[in-house]
Design a protein around this ligand. Structure first.
Ligand code: NIG
Ligand code: FE
Length: 411
C-alpha cells in the first residue's frame, strides 16, 4: 500500500460522465487531504488532516508537503507516431503559405507520410517511447495515438502495431485510433472515393480483426475528405464495431461537426471554424468537443469558441494535437494555459477538460479521469499550491511527482 499524505488541495471532478454546461466548472477541492492506494487503485481519500483507515499499514508513505494533487492528465488527441520532423516548413509559413497550400503542394502531412513509410516499425516504436516518457514527466498518464501517416495498407497497419506495442511496453495508457483517411495519398491523387473504398475493404477489416484500434477518425476538410466521403468511412467503421471521432472544421466549416452529431460520434476535434449548425448538432447528440489550442497558436488561427460551447451544453476536452506539422509540442500543460487565457475557461473547467472529459472521449471514464475511491491511482502532485498557479506558469513543467497505476513513475 502507498499513502500520500499532507496534500494541500486535492482537486478533481467527480463522476464517470462527460461534464457539460455548469458541471464543466464543478471540481471537488479537499484540503489537507490524504490518499491510500492499494493494488493500483484508490482505496480511500480523506481530508482535513484525517488519515484513511489502514493508513498505518502502508509500506510507502509519500509526503506531498502541501502541494496540489489532481488526476493524471489525459491527452485525448495526438498524432505521436511519425517519421522525421517538418521544421523546414516554418520559413514557408512565415512567407505566407497556408497549411492547406503546403499540403496541396505535396508537403505537410504528405511529407511526413514519406518519412513514416521509410521508417521501420522498430524506429517508430523507439521514437514514440521517447515521447511517452516526455509526456509522463509532464504529468500526462494516458494518451490517444492516431495513425494516418502511412496511407496504405502496410504502413497504416505498421503505425497501429506500434500503438499496440506502446500500450504493452509503456506504463502509459495508449488508446489507438485508425486515421487512414488523414490525407489523400499520391497514389490516389484526385481519387478520394477510391481511396476510401480501399480503406474500407482492405484495411478496416484487418484493424478490427487484429484489434489494432478502438476508434476511427477522418480529416473532414476542404481539399481532403468531404462530408459524404467522411460519412462513408465512419459508417463502415461503426458497422464493424469501432467508435468514431472526426477532425472537423479545423480550417473551413464544411459540415464535420454536424456529421459528428448525425453519426453520434464520441467527439469532434479542432472546431476552430464551427458555427451554430455544428454546435447545435453536437449539443443534441452529446458529442464531446476536443479542442486543440496549441494548433490555433501554431497555425496562427483564431481559437475555438469554447465559452459558447460550454454555454450550449457541449462537454469540452482539451488536448495537445501533438504532430510534426500543426503542433509540434506535446506539452499539455501549455495547452491548459491556453485554455485558460485564450478560451477563457476557468481553472476548474480546464481541469475537467484534461481529465474526466478527455477520459470520456477515449472511453476510459469507468477507470480514469477522477480521483475517487475505486478508480485507478493515476495522479500528479504539482509543484504548485493550486490550479490557478498551474494554468498561469506558462511554459514551465510544474509536474512534481507522477503516480501511474499506483506506482511512482516520477519522484
Ligand atoms: O490535427 N489536421 C490534420 N491533422 C493534424 C495535422 C497533421 C500534420 O500536419 O502532420 C492536425 O492538425
Ligand atoms: Fe489532429
Amino acid at each position: 500500500m502507498l499513502l500520500i499524505k499532507n496534500i494541500g488541495v486535492l482537486q478533481t471532478p467527480a463522476g464517470s460522465f462527460a461534464h457539460r454546461g455548469p458541471q464543466q466548472g464543478e471540481n471537488q477541492k479537499l484540503h489537507n487531504a490524504a490518499v491510500l492506494v492499494e493494488d493500483g487503485s484508490i482505496r480511500a481519500i480523506t481530508s482535513d488532516g484525517a488519515l484513511p483507515e489502514g493508513a498505518g499499514r502502508a509500506e510507502t508513505v509519500l509526503d506531498a508537503a502541501g502541494r496540489l494533487a489532481t488526476p493524471g492528465l489525459i491527452d485525448c488527441h495526438t498524432h505521436m507516431v511519425f517519421g522525421g520532423y517538418r521544421q523546414g516548413e516554418i520559413p514557408l509559413k512565415l512567407q505566407g503559405a497556408g497549411y492547406l497550400d503546403i499540403l496541396r503542394a505535396g508537403g505537410g502531412i504528405l511529407d511526413t507520410v514519406g518519412k513514416t513509410r521509410a521508417a521501420t516499425e522498430e524506429e517508430l516504436f523507439e521514437k514514440s517511447m521517447g515521447f511517452l516518457g516526455e509526456m509522463l514527466s509532464l504529468g500526462v498518464t494516458s494518451v490517444e495515438s492516431k495513425s494516418g501517416y502511412g496511407l496504405d495498407r502496410e504502413n497504416e497497419l505498421k503505425q497501429l502495431r506500434v500503438n499496440k506495442r506502446l500500450q504493452e511496453a509503456h506504463k502509459m495508457e495508449v488508446v489507438s485510433t485508425f486515421l487512414g483517411a488523414h490525407a489523400i495519398p499520391p497514389e490516389y491523387a484526385d481519387r478520394a472515393e477510391a481511396y476510401i473504398d480501399m480503406l474500407c475493404t482492405e484495411v478496416l477489416p484487418v484493424v478490427v480483426e487484429e484489434k489494432l484500434a478502438g476508434f476511427c477518425d477522418v480529416f473532414c476538410e476542404t481539399g481532403v475528405f468531404d462530408v459524404p466521403q467522411s460519412r462513408k468511412m465512419l459508417q463502415e467503421a461503426q458497422k464493424l464495431g469501432l467508435r468514431v471521432r472526426i477532425h472537423a472544421d479545423e480550417i473551413d466549416e464544411i459540415g464535420g461537426a454536424a456529421l459528428a452529431g448525425e453519426l453520434g460520434a464520441v467527439s469532434a476535434e479542432h472546431l476552430i471554424a464551427t458555427g451554430e449548425r455544428g454546435m447545435d448538432a453536437m449539443a443534441k447528440a452529446g458529442v464531446i468537443a476536443d479542442l486543440l489550442p496549441g494548433t490555433s497558436f501554431y497555425l496562427g488561427k483564431t481559437f475555438a469558441p469554447a465559452r459558447e460551447m460550454i454555454a450550449r451544453g457541449i462537454p469540452v476536452a482539451i488536448a495537445s494535437d501533438f504532430n510534426p506539422g500543426s503542433c509540434p509540442s506535446l506539452n499539455l500543460q501549455l495547452a491548459m494555459c491556453m485554455g485558460y487565457l485564450k478560451y477563457r475557461m476557468t481553472p476548474e473547467e480546464v481541469l475537467t477538460a484534461v481529465t474526466v472529459n478527455a477520459a470520456c472521449s477515449l472511453g476510459l471514464e469507468a477507470r480514469l479521469g477522477t480521483l475517487e475511491e475505486g478508480k485507478q491511482a493515476d495522479l500528479v502532485l504539482w509543484n504548485a499550491p493550486d490550479m490557478e498557479m498551474l494554468v498561469y506558469r506558462f511554459g514551465s513543467n510544474l509536474a512534481g511527482t507522477v503516480i501511474k497505476n499506483g506506482e511512482v513513475v516520477k519522484a
